[in-house]
Design a protein around this ligand. Structure first.
Ligand code: G6P
Length: 496
């Protein structure tokens, strides 16, 4: 492996090295920044548990059926005790040093790409040394996949941290089928063009046979940029690049509907929901927010909107209360630290101004709650507030909808969440418009029982139509589709 002589490009050059397929390789390999297990310390004993979430469940069951293997970072620097297999799938850890954690994870992934891909609501930072490390670490993941996958096997690469992996992997193992899925938004050219390494990122992704996005507009942004910046030609959904055909499409991710429904009907979890409401003083109205503590989520805006509704008398502190769960995230990043500080200020102002003795108007939990406790909160909440400034999908919105089996509950949802294009029964708001958020909450308060139920029923039907298992299956079916030989003469040129 060598560095490109060009400091600007800085891409690791795999050269002409080709790896021989391993003798007993895996038929299907998932490559993601993190492994599907996390270490929990219990009374001094370390224990590995599956990471929460439907995505891990869906991918794990797909891997179990196909002699599968998962490559990823175990989270800390120590993984001596990491099991070789977990629930029937093989685990391959990728090491990330403390310096790489700074430049690859906190730096290029979360201080360059994350803000840039989320509408640059925080200024993205560009550092050449971060980029070099990003390329190096991506090569490490690609090499691990190349060493693990069987001849003509399939590799599915996930998310913004690993956008160079498809290209590197293709060079090392041209025989394998490569899919890539981006879980976060893909920005329009006005933003993407800021990236000094825009061509390299696009070329990295174009190493895949199938590139999937959450929504059609993200797929269109990508195809347009690929044709503009690289030598790719073709249509919005079928590109040709370096003589290969590449499919581009939208695959909106979803949740494990069956599991969530079962939990929402579980008597113990329902009893907990009743208990939670009682603990809150059995108010007439419970508003709820559940997010990773991230500046993209619009948490402060929504709290300000609710505070103004208390101030103007729409909400009464005797009868209404808000619960905000903010899951700790990326805490060593200065933007996240500031977001937490500012958020906690807003929470305390709201309680200071509108709370009563023994009756705070907002309960704020900066904690990672177990999923059954979240389901109990979803059941206890009359109005769910999901107000991100930009979000690839937002699964909290779908989780809430799946919990409301009796069709009660209202969802106030940002138009800038991917979920808004599916959950049309929500009260759709613009999170930059404080009056608009208030109006959305007012509409949710005023809606008739009948219309409320019909809205929830519409959202549930839509969500039930495609759960996270359908998502993995549809992506995988598209990836397995036989490639048509490319006739370069007849490829359409898309006109922008
Ligand atoms: C988003 C990203 C994931 C990421 C997750 C948690 O959902 O799309 O790739 O894993 O946030 O962030 P973290 O930085 O803790 O992995």
């Amino acid at each position: 492996m060598s560095q490109s002589p060009s400091g600007r490009a800085g891409v690791v050059d795999p050269g002409t090295e080709r790896l021989t397929p391993p003798l007993h390789g895996a038929d299907l390999v998932v490559v993601a920044n993190r492994l599907p297990v996390q270490q929990t310390s219990k009374e001094g004993d370390d224990e590995w548990r599956p990471s929460p979430g439907g995505l891990v469940t869906a991918l794990t069951s797909m891997l179990q059926n196909r002699n599968g293997l998962w490559i990823g970072w175990p989270g800390g620097s120590q993984h001596d005790e990491l099991p070789e297999t977990f629930e029937g799938i093989q685990l391959r850890p990728v090491d990330i040093s403390p310096e790489e954690y700074e430049s690859f994870y906190l730096g290029f992934s979360n201080a360059t790409l994350w803000p840039l891909y989320h509408d640059a609501i925080r200024a993205p930072t560009f550092h050449r040394h971060w980029w070099h490390t990003y390329a190096e670490v991506n090569m490490r993941y690609a090499r691990a996949a190349a060493e693990a996958v069987a001849e003509n096997g399939t590799v599915w690469v996930h998310d913004y941290q690993l956008q160079l992996v498809p290209q590197y992997l293709r060079k090392l193992r041209p025989d394998v089928r490569i899919g890539f899925f981006l879980h976060i938004p893909f920005p329009p050219s006005e933003l993407f063009m800021q990236l000094p390494w825009r061509r390299e990122i696009l070329a990295g992704l174009l190493g895949a046979d199938l590139i999937g996005f959450q929504v059609p507009s993200a797929a269109a942004n990508f195809s347009r940029l690929a044709r503009r910046i690289t030598s790719a030609t073709g249509t919005a959904t079928d590109l040709v690049y370096e003589g290969r055909q590449i499919q581009v499409g939208a695959f909106p991710i979803s949740v494990d509907c069956k599991q969530i429904t079962a939990m929402a009907l579980d008597p113990a979890i329902r009893a907990r929901a009743v208990e939670l409401r009682a603990t809150l003083g059995n108010p007439d109205l419970v508003l709820l927010g559940v997010d990773r503590l991230d500046y993209t989520k619009g948490i402060q805006q929504r709290i300000r909107a609710v505070a103004e509704l208390f101030a103007d008398g729409t909400l009464d502190p005797e009868h209404a209360v808000m619960v905000q769960v903010a899951v700790p995230s990326r805490e060593s990043d200065a933007h996240y630290e500031k977001e937490r500080h500012d958020l906690e200020q807003v929470v305390s102002e709201m309680n200071g101004e509108h709370g009563l003795v023994g009756k705070p108007v907002i309960h704020y939990l900066h904690q990672n709650l177990p999923f059954d406790e979240l389901v109990a909160l979803y059941l206890a909440a009359d109005i769910m507030l999901v107000t991100p400034f930009r979000d690839g999908m937002n699964l909290v919105a779908k989780e809430y909808v799946m919990c409301r089996t009796d069709l009660t509950g209202k969802l106030v949802l940002s138009e800038f969440a991917g979920a808004a294009s599916e959950l049309r029964g929500a009260f759709i708001i613009n999170p930059h418009d404080l009056e608009g958020i208030k109006e959305g909450i007012r509409s949710a308060l005023k809606v008739s029982k009948k219309e409320g139920k019909s809205r929830m029923s519409r959202m549930r039907r839509k969500t039930l139509r495609r759960d996270v298992f359908d998502w993995t299956n549809s992506f995988f079916a598209a990836l397995a589709r036989p490639v048509q030989p490319v006739d370069l003469e007849t490829v359409d040129q898309f006109d922008d």
